[in-house]
Design a protein. Structure first.
Length: 419
């Protein structure tokens, strides 16, 4: 019998790339088909646990609200549908992987292990066929033109492939699809989210060969991804692990991680000098960090911060009002809503109950560090890229919220279904 635990994440990851490219099979949209398949899979699991009544009620509300939305096109019913389905994916993440998160760890390690040679070839511009599913090629730029309505999903890479191997910065024509490759996913932003989550999950995994392999894989994947989010998130995860009073035997692991990371960044700079310089250039830092800070500062009426960032934008030739009317993070999206104060209050209450659940979980002999680490990775990722609506992300969010869900469960044994 096929294990839902083993196929759910691969199905959801495939769904991301297929959906982003709007691919079809004999006129059937593959994205929605895979999405409905994943819903069926989690329903099979949930209906075999103590949560079957909860799942039935939530699923019923989702189905009814979706039907009403189709008839009325009232947005609140669409939001209700997505919220109910998100709850089911979060619950499935807890039930399936509360005590089996090594499965997710192994799958993400394999994903990035196979992605490393692919990202190298994508960076070097070996072939257009290794880039055609990257939807970030449709970012506005001064190098090439495109018609997104005609080109998206056409299996055609619309940008000219550039030489980057051993090319210095002054001779480099920078394209985001080569500077920040996507591996098997449709964009580097999505890749970065799973990179920080996978790095954190492996960081807190049990000692063994799998963890050692994972350490090497992620250390070499970080410079190839060239994502400030992934690099920053990985540093935060290592710092958190250090603060959890790790055993002295793990101190050697920190040295190995640091040495391997430095070696991988050095090799990246050796083979891709121009792209390495671009990764940490002032314009790159200003655009990546400044746009998000500028948005939040403007929404919070922090005029001094906004003015300082506008001056930085002007210094690199970017319009001073760049990013004012756009959302680059989940925080920015929340601040733009009319119910931001309600969301802030609800988040504070969840944080309070989560802290209490962690204490109770630890008092009962459990080790909540891995769950806290995953939740931290999920939260950090949303400060840069809003991805909370993706079922694959919600699956990991359920794992991060495991102590809280475990505490509110009726008897705490709903995490071991027969899948």
């Amino acid at each position: 019998m096929i294990s839902v635990r083993k196929i759910l994440l691969p199905v959801l990851l495939l769904n991301i790339t297929v959906s982003a490219n709007l691919w079809e099979f004999f006129g059937i949209p593959l994205g929605p088909a895979l999405y409905y398949l994943s819903i069926l899979l989690i329903c099979i699991v949930l209906f075999r646990t103590q949560y079957k009544v909860t799942a039935l009620i939530t699923g019923g509300i989702a189905f009814a609200s979706k039907f009403i939305y189709i008839l009325s096109e009232v947005m609140i019913f669409d939001i209700l549908t997505k919220t109910c389905l998100a709850f089911l994916f979060i619950l499935a993440g807890y039930i399936l992987f509360f005590d089996r998160h090594s499965i997710l760890n192994r799958q993400l390690i394999w994903l990035f292990a196979f992605s490393i040679p692919l990202m190298i070839m994508q960076k070097a511009g070996v072939s257009e066929w290794l880039l055609f599913w990257n939807t970030e090629v449709y970012h506005t730029n001064d190098v090439y033109d495109f018609d997104i309505e005609k080109d998206l999903g056409s299996l055609r890479y619309v940008a000219p492939v550039q030489q980057t191997l051993f090319v210095p910065s002054e001779n480099l024509v920078y394209l985001i699809t080569q500077g920040r490759p996507s591996g098997f996913l449709p964009g580097n932003n999505v890749l970065s989210i799973f990179l920080i989550i996978g790095f954190t999950l492996n960081l807190f995994s049990k000692p063994g060969n799998l963890r050692r392999v994972g350490d090497m894989v992620y250390c070499f994947a970080l410079p190839l991804a060239s994502s400030l989010l992934a690099i920053f998130g990985s540093v935060i995860a290592v710092f958190y692990l250090w603060r959890t009073k790790v055993p002295k035997a793990d101190h050697k692991r920190f040295l190995v991680l640091a040495g391997t990371s430095l070696a991988s960044f050095y090799l990246h700079a050796l083979f891709f000098p121009g792209l390495s310089e671009q990764m940490f250039s002032v314009p790159k830092l200003v655009m990546s960090i400044g746009l998000r800070l500028r948005e939040v500062a403007g929404l919070l009426s922090l005029d001094i911060v906004s003015a300082a960032l506008a001056a930085q934008f002007s210094s690199i030739g970017v319009a001073a009002d760049e990013g004012v009317n756009s959302s680059y993070s989940l925080l920015g999206i929340i601040l733009r809503t009319d119910v931001s104060y309600i969301i802030a209050l609800a988040t504070a209450l969840v944080a309070l109950f989560y802290s209490r659940s962690v204490r109770r979980f630890r008092a009962s002999g459990g080790r909540p560090e891995v769950f806290i680490g995953i939740l931290l990775a999920c939260v950090l990722s949303q400060l840069a890229v809003p991805f909370i609506k993706a079922p694959s992300f919600q699956l990991f969010l359920g794992l991060g919220l495991a102590p809280l869900i475990h505490m509110v469960s009726r008897n705490g044994n709903g995490c071991k279904p027969q899948s």
